[in-house]
Design a protein around this ligand. Structure first.
Ligand code: INI
Length: 161
């Protein structure tokens, strides 16, 4: 019997792309800084000239899947992280944006075989979003950890022949 698990100290040679939505950037910039802090503390080079990490900004969460898809297809990255914040109180088309972002991101991962971390906060209020982006905890940190785990796990799994 084999048991497969991702590790958090397997950053060597891992290349990660982060796609961040500018909409609600009060929140998403905090998610990004938490995420980069996590990656840095686990051995990813996050310096501006890094060969291990690239960051792409998109207008809103709706655009995350398209850009994640192009980055995943490039063959350059083992993991893509998407970061966004959709706030119900301020968004009449909340359900549309969330559905397209979540279905699109899942489809990119399945279609390309590259894990794509779903780092889109969906909350009722800006206060709740801020609480998850640093006032209480910073979920960006968790998304960074999940990226490291998935990058490592995919390396450990048998490949498709
Ligand atoms: N995009 C978000 O990431 N969060 C939101 O809360 C949001 N609201 O409120 O509408 C939002 N809209 C923009 C959308 O993601 C697209 O960028 C836009 O529709 C252009 O395609």
């Amino acid at each position: 019997m084999a048991t497969f698990e991702g590790r958090f100290n397997d950053a060597s040679g891992l290349r990660i792309a982060v796609v961040v939505a500018r909409f609600n950037d009060l929140v998403t910039a905090k998610l990004l800084s938490g995420c980069l802090d996590c990656l840095h503390r686990h051995g990813i080079d996050t310096a501006s000239e890094s060969q291990q990490l690239d960051v792409a900004w998109v207008p809103g969460s709706f655009e995350l899947p398209l850009v994640a898809q192009q980055l995943a297809r490039s063959g350059r990255y083992q993991v893509v992280i998407t970061l966004g914040a959709v706030i119900r109180g301020d968004t009449p088309h909340f359900d549309v944006v969330v559905a397209e972002a979540s279905k699109g991101i899942a489809a990119v991962a399945r279609d390309t075989g590259v894990p794509v971390i779903f780092g889109v906060l969906t909350t009722d209020t800006m206060q709740q979003a801020l609480e998850r982006a640093g006032i209480k905890s910073n979920l960006g940190w968790s998304y960074g950890l999940e990226a490291l785990e998935m990058g490592s796990l995919m390396r450990a799994l048998p490949s498709a022949g």
